[in-house]
Design a protein around this ligand. Sequence first.
Ligand code: AKG
Ligand code: FE2
Length: 385
Amino acid sequence: MSPAMATMSANSQEYIYQKGVKYMYDNGIQHVPGKYIFPASERPNLIITDQKSADHHHEQLNLNLPIIDFAELLGPNRSQVLESLAHACETYGFFQIVNHGIESEVISNMVNGSKMFFEMPFAEREKYMSADTSSPVRYGTSFNQINDGVFCWRDFLKLVCHPLPDVLPHWPSSPPDFRELAVTYAKETKLLFLMIVEAILESLGVGVNNSEKKTEICDDEIDDESILKEMEEDGSQLMVVNCYPPCPEPDLTLGMPPHSDYGFLTLLLQDEVKGLQIQHQDQWVTIQPIPGSFVVNVGDHLEIFSNGRYKSVIHRVLVNSMNYRISVASLHSLPFTSIVRPSPKLINETNPRRYKDTDFPTFLEYIKTCDSKKKNFIESRKLIT
Ligand SMILES: O=C(O)CCC(=O)C(=O)O
Ligand SMILES: [Fe+2]
């Protein structure tokens, strides 16, 4: 343990955790501070296989998520791939996408650039700390270090990506090439997102290629054909770089507590270190990383838009004592000013409207008043449970 850590008083402990988990790890912390200890019922179920080395292994139920081959989606087998896509969104709320066309260099640059950002001295990272949740750049620890009762073992860098010309000057200027590589990554994931949405709309039977299924819609109802255009021109995009350093007692805490993602879809890049778990058939299952792929998940907005057909599934992150883990989540949705509601084409006598309208201000109000990010937001929009 470093002398700095050894001489910490109870008060300075409080201060040190505000600097985040990377800082504590760099200073050789040996025990998880009380602030990070989750109530017993919420802790992960880890088996300690070797007490001496305290090598903790996740009690693993590994899940091979449905794999969507993007090249296939664009080829003659599109209709079969669309069926697999629909099945994945209905059953798991998640899938992995391979052959997506984003060059491996763009991906490795983003992962390495993110690692370098978190490797910078705390004083450099601290410049981006902000209590303002709408700031174009925000560095911090846990979710909301002002409100969170229990902290999670995660530091983050949030980058608002829209409108790019306005937000870009606020993004970190070091490491020197960070802005450039993050912009490239943001633009490429946005294009991929739009192509996935097009396929998702088609799989729901409401896309531009489903015009024969068109029904008459009222003026105030969402126009499914324009949703893609709205997302293309003015859609919201937020990138969250998550950093999970090794944790001395991973069985006491979580990298991220159970939550669903706000937004339409999240494209998640995880490195080769396991940690992401999703709730499937009432169990926590670990997603096996596939190098170079994206994990894509249905967010609350798509669950609402699909009138409950596609599921915004709860997920969480486990940490471990050995490996440093980095993930980059790119969260996309409708423009910030849009109202999200079920597609009128997915409402009928046998399948009535299941969700209330929602918008960003309602969500922001909701997160301000709750301690941690839980599934409850989507629950609060339900008309039928
Ligand atoms: O780090 C991960 O694997 C998941 C991150 C996540 O769920 C999020 O950023 O919303
Ligand atoms: Fe998430």
